[in-house]
Ligand binder design. Structure first.
Ligand code: ATP
Length: 199
């Protein structure tokens, strides 16, 4: 599954719409310190569903929206789109290209889209589960991540192996099923109470 391009607008230092194209082979992003190289990988993590802003080197959600400069006003929203070549159908969608978009407004609202159709964060997680691009995937390894992996507790390291081994999708589905079973149990309990009152 080839990454085709990353589109950013209003994300951190990328106020203007910026498109980073990825050709087959290796792509290197070079630039002086503080020029925004890590912001590009932050944008990728964010659009792929990262929900902890600290993992994007921020303190609060709005830290990822362009905060303005001396000459330029802050922006009211940030938007990132990541486009994949899906001709090999590795993503479970019958589309040759898949574009995942995430938007956040300074008011706090946010939205996710798959090929411009609104969806839930969970749909993104399910779409990416077992592709190696899911939450906490090894596809993006930040500057401190290697040390963190080496120093992680066995339980934390197990989650990493589970993701790489491709069982995350089943865990998400299992959690969903357990929630529904618990809800059905509660409903059954109520039905039994009502029946006991009638009898
Ligand atoms: P280094 O080589 O030192 O690791 P880098 O090229 O990876 O640097 P980044 O860390 O990606 O640079 O970018 C840091 C820059 O992004 C800083 O100039 C910072 O002011 C800017 N920046 C971060 N968040 C925002 C924001 N919300 N609005 C505007 N600019 C931001």
């Amino acid at each position: 599954m080839q990454l085709l391009r990353l589109e950013l607008k209003g994300f951190k230092s990328f106020a203007d719409k910026t498109i980073v194209k990825f050709s087959p082979g290796m792509t290197a992003v070079i630039g002086p310190n503080g020029s925004g190289k890590s912001n590009i990988t932050d944008a990728m993590k964010w659009v792929l569903g990262e929900s902890n802003v600290r993992n994007l080197r921020g303190q609060k959600a709005e830290d990822i929206i362009f905060s303005g400069t001396e000459k330029r006003k802050p922006m009211s929203a940030a938007e990132v789109t990541l486009v994949f070549d899906n001709s090999d159908q590795q993503l479970d969608l019958d589309m040759a290209e898949v574009a995942i978009t995430r938007r956040i407004y300074r008011t706090g609202e946010s939205e996710f889209l798959i090929n411009k159709r609104s969806c839930r964060l969970k749909d993104i997680h399910l779409l990416l589960a077992d592709t190696g691009l899911g939450r906490d995937s090894m596809a993006i390894i930040g500057q401190n991540r290697i040390d963190a992996i080496l120093n992680s507790k066995p339980e934390e390291r197990r989650l990493i192996f589970e993701d790489v081994a491709g069982i995350s999708r089943f865990k998400i589905n299992k959690e969903d099923a357990l929630r529904r079973i618990a809800s059905t149990d509660r409903n059954m309990e109520r039905v039994r109470d009502v029946m006991a009152t009638i009898e």
